[in-house]
Design a protein around this ligand. Sequence first.
Ligand code: LLP
Length: 413
Amino acid sequence: MQHLTGTDALRLEAVALEAIAAQFGTPTYVYSRAALTDAYHAYEHALAGRRATLCYAVKANSNLGILDAFARLGAGFDIVSGGELQRVIAAGGDPRKVVFSGVGKTRAEMRLALASNIRCFNIESAEELDRLAETAQQGGTAARVAFRVNPDVDPKTHPYISTGLKSNKFGVAFEAARGLYRRAATLPGIEVVGIASHIGSQLLDPAPAGEAAERVLALVEQLAGDGIALQHIDIGGGMGIRYDDETPPSADDYLAPVLSVLAGREEEILLEPGRSLIGNAGLLLTRIEYLKPGEEKHFAIVDAAMNDLARPALYDAFHAVVPVTPRDLPAHTYDVVGPICESGDFLARERRLAVRSGDLLAILSAGAYGMTMASNYNTRPRAAEVMVDGARCHLIRSRERVEELYAAEHRLP
Ligand code: LLP
């Protein structure tokens, strides 16, 4: 992780993680504003000279402070629910730079998005198109749309996060797209403006994105032949990051094949990156409650758990674990686990750590799909979130209180 340094004790930018734990407690998600800004600028650099809009995928991390930081950098947003749209607006984001993805948009979500005048709906089925046309007409307006097409390209990533294969629920089949575009072009309440595709997440090889762009471009050319001119091509998100020993491409390298396919095109390029903008800008700070030696394994039982960071339990994902304060102690191999009553409640397995109980651990690369996937399982209040900015730190989400967890519940009459 960039901006994480320290030989005697870990700092994020200029702030000691020990100081953050002392002030805000643990578990706490901690983000570096410089790291997310650098990641954003890397994309801008790769896109220099092109007409392009970066639509940050809100699902990766939807905290208002994070959205605010991206909005100030000029970002647009990729949303998948009305709730995410409300967050973008509450954070000062521009709804006219919002694209709305997702297979299950409700009428209420469509109405909210139309009233907010979002830039584009990424349509994923024929029925959704009809519903949107009707909803827009009822509201006396027109919806700008793109179809999310499924280019049937294998992104070579984890099966739960590949989305561009025929067997996935996402997008409209490539073969059906042309017919849908022609129909959409005739529908009142619909204005056809673009095309979208997203093939998966945590992609380490730039080639599949280039292949997808090629297939999409072939369709764009067919459509032009049908008299349907598009204003933008949305190539989705998906660029991978380093969790362990991966060597992800830079934004320049990742986008090179796509940009060469789209060289000389008039259409604006849209991107929907999430993980690659925020994943390596955040860590989960947790304290060891107990060390528990076992016959077969040693456990470090920490105060964060699978409800705070679900990725290890859900995808067997790897997150590096680093002690915040180095100790002159013998190292042992530990499973780092939480207090939840499930064997799947682990954050890391078989890590060599020189630690004692009471020590702080940093679980790295947890900025994306960490807090947004957190739950209250075992009636655990969700973690606090802090944004470091140089030598300052800002509380961007207060730790939940237990009473808040059941405030909406009712006893029987
Ligand atoms: N656009 C669309 C339509 C998407 O479905 C996604 C992610 C993105 C953009 C952003 O992709 P990114 O740049 O972040 O790879 N929870 C999983 C990841 C699920 C990704 C879902 N879609 C994880 O923790 O790895």
